[in-house]
Design a protein around this ligand. Structure first.
Ligand SMILES: Cc1cn([C@H]2C[C@H](O)[C@@H](COP(=O)(O)OP(=O)(O)O[C@H]3O[C@H](C)C(=O)[C@H](O)[C@H]3O)O2)c(=O)[nH]c1=O
Length: 182
């Protein structure tokens, strides 16, 4: 497993070791002890999975304390552009984001610590997105910012007319009106 730091402290790109043979491939999608050996001590408690058609945008979401979530995200089938936004008050990269293409081809994973908003756009139909979180879902603690916020100005590669957004996400606040709980 190879762990690469990104331009934002704590946001890590993870590349599992993939074993291929004439049958196909095998890799460990998560190992607590290998994470601990790398200094990553997280107790994941819930696995999530979603399937999305092309141009679906899910996000930008997070959970506030006491149910803030760190996430280990990956793509089981298809391809996404994944986005993580630093909302840690006082962070030198507050309001900055990184994007990564995660796919069943590259098997890359992203470790997103507490204090981030997360989202992705599905780049193919039937994209299966799976992730571990270190605290349970809490509707009361849900926070979010509009995916196409003008201040963040994330290039999702689609227009608002072409993006598939949930009604809940469509009414999320703009970043200028967002007060980070971190
Ligand atoms: C997240 C979650 C949702 N739900 C229920 C609530 C709704 O009735 C339904 C769909 O939820 P939502 O529309 O919030 O699903 P996504 O838009 O995929 O949300 C996720 O999108 C981005 C990518 C994230 O990083 C978050 O983990 C998560 O917010 O599942 C649950 O029962 N448990 C859960 O953990």
């Amino acid at each position: 497993m190879k762990i690469t730091k990104t331009a934002i402290e704590g946001l890590l790109l993870i590349e599992p070791q993939i074993f291929t043979d004439s049958r196909g491939y095998f890799f460990e999608s998560y190992s607590k002890t290998k994470f601990a050996d790398a200094g990553i001590d997280i107790d994941f408690v819930q696995d999530n999975q979603s399937v999305s058609c092309k141009n679906s945008v899910r996000g930008l979401h997070g959970q506030s304390n006491p149910h803030a979530q760190a996430k280990l995200v990956r793509v089981i089938k298809g391809r996404v552009m994944d986005v993580a936004v630093d909302i840690r008050t006082g962070s030198p990269t507050y309001g900055q984001y990184e994007t990564f293409e995660l796919s069943s081809e590259n098997q890359l994973q992203l470790l997103i610590p507490h204090g981030f908003l997360h989202g992705f756009i599905a780049l193919e139909d039937d994209t299966i997105f799976a992730y571990k979180v270190d605290d349970y879902y809490s509707k009361e603690c849900e926070i979010g910012v509009k995916w196409n916020d003008p201040a963040l100005n994330i290039d999702w590669g689609v227009t608002a007319a072409d993006a598939l957004i949930s009604p809940k996400d469509d009414i999320l606040p703009e970043f200028k009106d967002f007060k980070s709980p971190f």
